[in-house]
Every structure is written in structure tokens, then in C-alpha cells.
Design a protein around this ligand. Structure first.
Ligand code: RIB
Ligand code: CA
Length: 309
């Protein structure tokens, strides 16, 4: 029985890889996608959900919700890495027929489903999740698992020395969600930074004969050109590891530790282990990944390469 999931996303290129992986994986059922501001603004992130859905075959029609954005001085976005449109300035058209609902309705539908509440996969700032926790705590606490891509515990950040982008955009939301006693699996930069694509992987996607492979091969090169995170010509697929953690948990090491996120000041968004915390404050934090096997599994799934053994 596929695991039902709801994806909360700020729709950059690595978000697109993650969502495409979720659609192509037989073991996951994407019940809903909600947008959040972050890499690009909320309007563009919401439009990108439709642009991605047009590139997926067979067609999928998950519930689509419009979430919230963040505001405040000093917030950076990621258009310098993902392009003004978040998808490498590709010319993929928006889905004019897309009619997003309020994100709360998508969360309610995904968590109230008679087949059982969905797992949440949060691959952008935690703004929407924190509002659901504030407004509808009983419902959000039915979630079986919430996988969060964010934070940097024992490695450098990617926005400032000690701060990761998703937690930079909404540090208070990250602090609230990670300390709420929810069943969180945190996927920090400590592991995501080890899984990178190069031109050979893009060529494999392009040659896969799948529409999603073609689409990803179209939008990834821009990031390879503009991102310095993994060196020229390489692309870190951060968000794909949040989906992969559900598909292939055997490829990861994890530890149980309480985590605190600095809420304000120059280190707002900094993520640190809190050693003395009570057991119920502890969350699962992924600490290592078998990067080679992860990459092979991810590409085989995205390219729909069926190996008959
Ligand atoms: O730090 C990486 C995270 O920030 C990823 O989710 C990427 O899409 C950006 O949102
Ligand atoms: Ca993201």
C-alpha cells in the first residue's frame, strides 16, 4: 500500500526533483501539494506547482493549495541560484486551469482521509506547518511522520556561516515545529550536501524518454551554472533526500536528539542539538547517507529504468 504524503514546497529546482521522485515512486501517493514562499515568492511558487504537474506523465491531479509567504528585512530568496522563475528560467507554461485552494483545506483533506492521515514532507520554510500547528494542533498531531528538509547542525550553513536557507526564511516557524513534540525526521544540510548531480546525470535524465526526465534535464543546467554550493557544474538535490528518506530509509543513519533553532538576531535560523532535553522533545535527525546508492536509486526511479532481474 503506497504511503500517502502531502508536500509543502517553495518550488525551486531541487523541489521539482523531489516532487518528480515522489510521483515516479510506486511506494508513495502524493495526495496534496501546498506552496510556500521561499526560493521564489508565493505567487511564483504556486504557479510552479502547475508547471511541474504539466510535465508529469501519467498526469497526476493532487489537491493543490496556496500557502503563505514570509516578510521581513534581510530575507534572501534563491532566484540567483534557481532563476527568477525558480525553474532555471525555462519557458514551461503555467497551468491556466490550476485553481489552488487555501492550504489549510489541503492539510485537512490529507490528514482526515479515511484511508489514514498523510505523512507531511516539508521541503521549504515551515511557515504553513507552524500556522497549522497554531490553528489546528489536534489535527496536525495526527500526522504519522513529518519529514523536514532544513537546518545545519554539525556543518556550515548555506545562507550564512551557521544558517540553512529554509530555517533562515522562517526561524520562528522552524523553532515552533521542531520543539512541538511532533514525529519529525529532520534532513539537514549535514546529509543533503553529499548528493550532487553532474552533467552525466542530466544526460541520463534527458535520454530517459520520460517527460519528467526531459523537464528536469531542462531546468537543472541553470543551477549548475549559477550555484556555487557544490562547485561549478554540480547541483545539490537537497529536497530529494526528504522524499528518499521515506523510500529508502536503509540508506541513512539517524540519531535521536532535541534540536533548538535560534529565533532572532544575526544567527536566526541556527540549528543546534539540545543535549539536556527530555525524551519527548527528541526528533530523528539524519546524520549520514549512502550517497552513491541514493543517487542511483533516485535516477533509476526518475528515469523509470526497470531492471528485470
Ligand atoms: O537549503 C536548501 C533548501 O533551501 C532547499 O529546500 C532548497 O529548495 C531551498 O528551499
Ligand atoms: Ca525547497
Amino acid at each position: 500500500m503506497p504511503t500517502p504524503i502531502l508536500i509543502d514546497t517553495d518550488m525551486g529546482v531541487d523541489d521539482a526533483v523531489a516532487i518528480a521522485l515522489a510521483f515516479m515512486a510506486r511506494d508513495l501517493d502524493v495526495r496534496g501539494i501546498v506552496s510556500v514562499g521561499g526560493n521564489v515568492d508565493l505567487q511564483q511558487a504556486t504557479a510552479n506547482v502547475g508547471r511541474l504537474l504539466r510535465a508529469v506523465e501519467p498526469a497526476r491531479r493532487p489537491l493543490v493549495g496556496r500557502g503563505l509567504d514570509q516578510s521581513g528585512d534581510g530575507l534572501t530568496n534563491a532566484t540567483h541560484v534557481f532563476g527568477r522563475d525558480g525553474f532555471g528560467e525555462c519557458d514551461r507554461k503555467a497551468d491556466e486551469g490550476l485553481e489552488p485552494v487555501d492550504f489549510r483545506d489541503v492539510y485537512r483533506a490529507a490528514l482526515d482521509d479515511p484511508a489514514g492521515p498523510a505523512t507531511i514532507v516539508a521541503i521549504g520554510p515551515l511557515t504553513n506547518v507552524a500556522v497549522m500547528l497554531r490553528e489546528d494542533a489536534t489535527r496536525i498531531r495526527t500526522v504519522p511522520r513529518i519529514v523536514v528538509m532544513g537546518g545545519a547542525l554539525w556543518c556550515k550553513g548555506n545562507v550564512r556561516d551557521v544558517v540553512e536557507f529554509n530555517f533562515h526564511r522562517d526561524p520562528a516557524a522552524a523553532a515552533d515545529v521542531l520543539s512541538a513534540g511532533l514525529p519529525v525526521t529532520l534532513v539537514p544540510l549535514d546529509v543533503t550536501r553529499f548528493v550532487t548531480l553532474d552533467a552525466s546525470h542530466v544526460a541520463r535524465l534527458a535520454a530517459s524518454g520520460t517527460r519528467v526526465g526531459e523537464f528536469l534535464a531542462e531546468i537543472i543546467p541553470y543551477v549548475m551554472e549559477h550555484s556555487t554550493e557544490a562547485g561549478k557544474g554540480r547541483f545539490v538535490v537537497h529536497d530529494a533526500l526528504a522524499v528518499g528518506a521515506l523510500l529508502w530509509p536503509q540508506l541513512f543513519l539517524k540519531t535521536g536528539v532535541a534540536v533548538e533553532v535560534s529565533r532572532d538576531g544575526t544567527i536566526a535560523g541556527q540549528t543546534r542539538p539540545r543535549i539536556s532535553a527530555m525524551q519527548d522533545q527528541r526528533i530523528d535527525v539524519l546524520t549520514a547517507v549512502n550517497a552513491a546508492d541514493f543517487l542511483e536509486n533516485m535516477l533509476e526511479t526518475l528515469c523509470q529504468e526497470e531492471f528485470v532481474v
